[in-house]
Design a binder for this molecule. Structure first.
Ligand SMILES: Nc1ncnc2c1ncn2[C@@H]1O[C@H](COP(=O)(O)OP(=O)(O)OP(=O)(O)O)[C@@H](O)[C@H]1O
Ligand SMILES: [Mg+2]
Length: 369
């Protein structure tokens, strides 16, 4: 009997929605279909604006959530059409929503993390149960609410008796270290593609630096790089998570004030180097003897970035998750299908070592179709 779930992910790059329909009835999850849809320009602008405080936020957030659910529903229909699986055979959809604020542990010490999502509308549009709001229970239990993918990475990429690293380079980058003894560590390293995307779109009008070709023409500005790497977040010990709240275009602006005359391609090269340096330093700090690093997320397609990672991590085999059975843009979406299944089965996740939450908890909330 197949055990079908759908996972929908729209990450911090705000580039679009990735969805998978996966079968969890076997030992390893099997992706039956993958579909994606770009964010409309209007919705992308609205979501980016909602990352910073502004007037009439509640109204704008509610409508942006509705618009996002219409894209989510279209991806669901696409997945059903591609797979031939009827909606009635899908046990639930795991819908991540769009993070617009991530401030765990701050203010009143609980803080919050906010993913815009209207699960009721998605249930209405698809006729399928929806599991959503995976992060806030973890925050309520004193955790970072992120990253959650490590729990899924463990089952998929973990090898008994071997240390394996999994690096997801989305808008933000996060590292999972799966240890030979079965323990694990996972946290956000810092920027993934988000700063490179912002600089590229401002200077070239293109949403991202395809293959990192533009960055490859520039020269790294050593003093700018060192200034950016002095951001205290990088030195903080885990558990830790971050987002556009910190690594925002205004963070970049502040650092660039002293480099007003810098050539745009040199800045792009420096931003690529920042991501490569931050991620590789985390690998070396936490697992110096690591031999295998599996990379997923859209950053895998940035050939320049991957080449810098390989250079900084000599002795580590750095490969795409595609070589390990799951293409880079399907890993996070499959993680949310898996999280939906955990929510449906009321299975707790051992959150402590990753998010710092007080104990094991069931994550997510279910909206019946
Ligand atoms: N061909 C390419 N060359 C360079 N960069 C690419 C290419 N294709 C995608 N990318 C980068 O990958 C990003 C999208 O990656 P992805 O969808 O994994 O990020 P995300 O939506 O933030 O996900 P998450 O937050 O779940 O990690 C794009 O914004 C872009 O920066
Ligand atoms: Mg994406």
């Amino acid at each position: 009997m197949p055990d079908f779930y759908i996972g929908l992910m729209s990450g911090t790059s705000v580039d679009g929605v990735d969805g998978v329909l996966a079968d969890f009835s076997l030992a390893a999850p099997r992706v039956i279909a993958h579909a994606s849809a770009p964010m409309t320009a209007e919705l992308r602008t609205a979501l980016l604006q909602l990352n910073i405080p502004g007037p009439d936020e509640l109204h704008r957030a509610a409508l942006a959530g509705n618009a996002l659910m219409r894209i989510y529903a279209a991806v669901v229909m696409d997945l059903l059409a591609r797979s031939g699986v009827p909606g009635s055979a899908v046990r639930a959809i795991g819908a991540h929503g769009q993070t617009v604020r991530h401030r765990p542990g701050e203010f009143d010490t609980t803080g919050y993390t906010l993913q815009l999502c209207q699960p009721a509308l998605l249930a209405e549009l698809t006729g399928i149960d929806v599991a959503a709001d995976f992060r806030s229970r973890d925050v309520a239990a004193g955790g970072q609410g992120a990253p959650l993918a490590p729990f899924f990475h463990q089952g998929l990429f973990g090898r008994p008796g071997e240390n394996v690293g999994v690096l997801n380079i989305g808008g933000i980058s996060n590292l999972t270290l799966l240890r030979a003894d079965g323990s694990m560590l996972g946290f956000d390293c810092g920027p993934g593609n988000c700063l490179m995307d912002a600089w590229c779109s401002r200077h070239t009008g293109k949403p991202y630096d395809a293959q990192g070709a533009w960055a490859a023409t520039g020269t790294v500005l050593a003093s700018l790089l060192e200034a950016m790497l002095s951001e205290p977040y990088f030195a903080k010990p885990p558990p830790k998570s971050t987002g556009r709240d910190l690594f925002s275009p205004s963070w970049l602006e502040q650092h660039l004030q002293a480099f007003a005359a810098a050539a745009a391609d040199d800045v792009q090269a420096t931003l690529a180097e920042l991501t490569a340096r931050a991620c590789s330093a985390d690998v070396l700090r936490h697992e110096p003897g690591l031999r295998r690093l599996i990379v997923c997320g859209g950053g895998v397609f940035n050939a320049h970035l991957m080449s810098r990672m390989r250079n900084l991590l000599s002795g580590v085999q750095v490969s795409s998750s595609a070589d390990w059975g799951l293409p880079p843009l399907q890993v996070e979406a499959t993680a949310f299908a898996w999280l939906a299944r955990k929510a449906v089965l009321r299975e707790k996740l051992e959150l402590q070592s990753i998010t710092g939450a007080r104990g094991a908890r069931v994550l997510g909330c279910i909206y019946p179709a």
